[in-house]
Design a protein around this ligand. Structure first.
Ligand code: F6P
Length: 320
C-alpha cells in the first residue's frame, strides 16, 4: 500500500484528533502516505483533500473536536453518492480508508467494503459508547467526566436550596453515559431508553428519602428516555418538592480529551493504520479486557451492546 485515507465522521468526540494522529504517524512510520478528507464521507464526495504529513497532526492530541471536521452525509447514503466517493478515492490513488466514528459512520465503511470490496478499517469514536466489539469508544470517558463535573456543581445548589434536580445527558438511543454518570455522581435515580421506568415509583422513593432526612436529589435522564423538563414538572406536581432541570447537551461532546481517551485513541488509530497496511480489511479495531482487538464490521454492526443490569441495580441500592 502506498497511500491511505482517513476521515472522522458523524458526531465529533473528544479524542478523535488523537486517533487521527495515531493513524497518520503510524502510517508514515511504515512509509505509507496519508491523505485526510475533510467533513467525513461528504468530503470524499466533494474531494476535500488534505495531504497530511507528520507535522499536520502536531499539537492536536490535547484538542477536542476534530481537525478533519465532520459531517453526517445524506449523499453518501445514495448509490450515486457512494459511486462518486469511490471514483474520488481511486482517482487519488487512495488504497484504503481509516474511518473514525460511530455506528452510522462504521455502517458507511461496511458498505464501501461490501459493495465495492474497498479496504476499510474502523475506529470506534462516539461519546455514546454504544458500539459492540470494544469496551470503550473514543470520547466516552471524556464525555462522562464533563457531565460529572457539571453535576457535582449542580449538587451544591441542589443541597443548598433543598431541591430535586433533573439532569439530561446525551444518548438518544441508549443510556451508557447516563448510567455511568449516575453511578459516579451518586444520583438518586437514572432513566434510560433501554429500560422502562415508573415516574410514580421514583416520586415515592424521593418522598421516602425525604422522610429519612435527605433534602436534595439528582435524577439523571438520558435524552432518549424522556424530556428533563417533563420529568421535572411531574416530580414537582407529585411530590410537592421544588424541582429544576438542566440539559447538558453538546458541551459533553467538546473539551480536551482525558488521558484515557487520548491513549485509547492513539492506540486504536495506529492499530487501524497498521492493520490496513498489513492487508486486513472490513473490520473495526477496539479494546476488550484491556487488550487491543479487531472484529469484522459485520459482527460489530449486527451485535447490540447491552446495558449492564448490575450497574443499573447499583444506582438504586446506592440511593437507599
Ligand atoms: O451520537 C452522539 C450524539 O451526541 C448523541 O448522544 C446525540 O443524541 C446526538 O449525537 C446528537 O446529534 P447532533 O449533534 O446531530 O445534534
Amino acid at each position: 500500500m502506498k497511500k491511505l485515507g482517513v476521515i472522522t465522521s458523524g458526531g465529533d468526540a473528544p479524542g478523535m484528533n488523537a486517533a487521527v494522529r495515531g493513524t497518520v504517524r503510524a502510517a508514515i512510520g511504515r512509509g505509507v502516505k496519508v491523505c485526510g478528507f475533510l467533513h467525513g464521507y461528504r468530503g470524499i464526495i466533494g474531494e476535500e483533500i488534505w495531504e497530511m504529513d507528520s507535522k499536520s497532526v502536531g499539537g492536536i492530541i490535547s484538542q477536542g473536536g476534530t481537525v478533519l471536521r465532520t459531517a453526517r452525509s445524506e449523499e453518501f447514503r445514495t448509490k450515486e453518492g457512494r459511486d462518486q466517493a469511490m471514483e474520488i478515492l481511486r482517482e487519488n490513488e487512495v488504497e484504503g480508508l481509516v474511518v473514525i466514528g460511530g455506528d452510522g459512520s462504521l455502517t458507511g465503511a461496511r458498505t464501501l467494503y461490501e459493495e465495492y470490496g474497498y479496504p476499510v478499517v474502523g475506529v470506534p469514536g462516539s461519546i455514546d459508547n454504544d458500539i459492540s466489539g470494544t469496551d470503550f469508544s473514543v470520547g466516552f470517558d471524556t464525555a462522562v467526566n464533563t457531565a460529572l463535573e457539571a453535576i457535582d456543581k449542580i449538587r451544591d445548589t441542589a443541597y443548598s436550596h433543598e431541591r430535586v434536580f433533573v439532569v439530561e445527558v446525551m444518548g438518544r438511543m441508549n443510556g451508557f453515559i447516563a448510567l455511568e454518570v449516575a453511578l459516579a455522581s451518586g444520583a438518586e435515580a437514572v432513566l434510560i431508553p433501554e429500560v422502562p421506568f415508573s415516574l410514580l415509583h421514583i416520586c415515592e422513593n424521593l418522598k421516602q428519602a425525604r422522610g429519612r432526612g435527605k433534602r436534595s436529589s439528582i435524577i439523571v435522564v438520558a435524552e432518549g428516555a424522556a424530556r428533563a423538563s417533563d420529568i421535572k414538572e411531574f416530580i414537582q406536581r407529585n411530590t410537592g418538592f421544588e424541582a429544576r432541570y438542566i440539559v447538558l447537551g453538546h458541551m459533553q461532546r467538546g473539551g480536551s480529551p482525558t488521558s484515557f481517551d487520548r491513549v485509547l485513541a492513539l492506540r486504536l488509530g495506529a492499530l487501524a493504520a497498521n492493520r490496513l497496511i498489513s492487508g486486513y480489511q472490513g473490520e473495526m479495531v477496539g479494546m476488550e479486557g484491556g487488550k487491543l482487538v479487531a472484529h469484522p464490521l459485520s459482527y460489530v454492526l449486527s451485535t447490540e451492546r447491552m446495558i449492564d443490569p448490575e450497574k443499573l441495580l447499583l444506582v438504586d441500592v446506592m440511593a437507599q
